[in-house]
Ligand binder design. Structure first.
Ligand code: TPP
Ligand code: MG
Length: 396
């Protein structure tokens, strides 16, 4: 392969008929789990149960699940602060991920990391980084360790390093890609292009907005894939990983999708017009994938019961606002004394962290050794809903 080649990968959407139905249902369930988890995380943040920063994968579920489906258990994963979905799809227990958000010692990082710093060495999930681009040097270092330990080949380990579109303009991006190229490292840098770095569009921030081409200066081949298509993402990532393994050379992959809400839970995304928000909702990958599976009889619609009908009726309309969907169940925490708070951002891109509840004597992971009172349903694997929290009564 010409190392200077860059291409937009016009990946034909693999028809589900050619896929293992059980695997497709598994992807759907993972996407639905992430959707439900993120909606519940937003709700808990608004109830002041979660401190610090909180960034959600809403709208990026197909990218998340497709990428994780391509990784082997022996590969290493480095992510950004938008990491909940990746941890879940990598196999982390949802209860432990939510416990981490709550600052509990039972959390994935012992309650010391919070939303942005999920870590599990057993899953080879090596963070969760809050600094933009902070994951890139250690990910590149992990790939260097792999290159030192063994030869290239189909059984080689590899590293997947996730980054946002905005991260392609930071120094660590260029330094990491350069070293990965000259040292021949088995690493795939995946740009999760959600079109915005906080509130700034890619075109306003990047001299070359076709981000998959950003490796050209280092002769790193790049490919772009529709991040709303879980199968296309999986296949593109598998191809890139296979090349990285067998050649011990880096690859760049750009997955293009949208986040359905603001940059973080406190960002109301006022930089989006109502029309734009509506357009994005129409492209929501979760209902689209579900419809595709039902059409192909891979998922069957369950008969709607009175309770699911009522649940749908109680759900609010989709919104770009950070205000989460109202819970369909009774108040989720054992204590209901904290009034719901709706943070009111002062600018288009507020990034003000709430103090971590545990900065008190009951610091996260320090003295909270008691039981983890997770909200009912927060850790349950349930079929998904849309970004407004409406549940789909179809699942099998
Ligand atoms: C070094 C550094 N600069 C600035 C920030 C503040 N910041 C947090 S997220 C962000 C935007 C990153 O956008 P992108 O890479 O596209 O990722 P996304 O949030 O869209 O997933 C910025 C500027 C930071 N955390 N670290
Ligand atoms: Mg972005």
């Amino acid at each position: 392969m010409d190392p200077t080649q860059d291409r937009t990968d016009p990946h034909p959407q693999a028809p589900p008929a050619s896929e293992d139905p059980a695997a497709l249902r598994g992807y759907y369930r993972q996407m639905a789990l992430i959707r439900r988890f993120e909606l519940r995380a937003a709700e808990m943040y608004t109830r002041a149960k979660i401190g610090g920063y909180c960034h959600l994968n809403l709208g990026e579920e197909a990218t998340v699940v497709g990428l994780m489906a391509a990784l082997r258990p022996t590969d290493y994963l480095f992510t950004t602060y938008r990491d909940h979905g990746y941890a879940l799809a990598r196999g982390a227990d949802p209860g432990r991920v939510m416990a981490e958000l709550f600052g509990r010692s039972t959390g994935l990082s012992g309650g010391r990391g919070g939303s942005m710093h999920l870590f599990d060495a057993g899953l080879r999930l090596l963070g969760g980084y809050g600094i933009v681009g902070g994951q890139m040097p250690p990910a590149t270092g992990a790939a260097l360790a792999i290159a030192h330990r063994g030869e290239p080949g189909p059984n080689s380990e590899a590293v997947m390093c996730l980054l946002g579109d905005g991260t392609t303009n930071i120094g660590a991006f260029h330094e990491s890609l350069n070293l990965a190229a000259v040292w021949h490292l088995p690493i795939v840098y995946v740009i999760v292009n959600n079109h915005l770095g906080m509130g700034t569009p890619v075109e306003a921030a990047s001299g070359e907005p076709a981000l998959y081409r950003r490796g050209c200066a280092y002769r790193i081949p790049g490919a772009r894939v529709d991040g709303n298509d879980v199968i296309a993402v999986r296949d593109a990532a598998q191809t890139a990983l296979e090349q990285a393994r067998t050649e011990h050379r880096p690859r760049l992959l750009e997955a293009v999708s949208h986040r359905l809400r603001g940059h973080s839970v406190v960002d109301s995304a006022r930089y989006r017009s109502a029309q734009e928000a509506e357009r994005l909702r129409e492209q929501d990958p979760l209902p689209a994938f579900r419809a595709r599976l039902i059409e192909d009889r891979i998922l069957v619609k369950r008969r709607r019961t009175a309770s699911t009908r009522n649940a749908s009726r109680r759900s609010p309309p989709p919104s770009t606002s950070p205000t989460p969907a109202r819970p369909r169940t009774s108040p989720p925490c054992s204590t209901t004394s904290t009034p719901p708070r709706s943070p009111t951002p002062t600018s288009a891109c507020p990034e003000t962290a709430r103090p971590v509840p545990g900065s008190s004597p009951t610091a996260p992971g320090r003295s909270s050794r008691g039981r983890c009172h997770l909200p009912p349903g927060a850790a349950r694997h349930t079929p998904g809903g849309d970004a407004a929290g409406r549940e789909h009564p179809a699942d099998r």
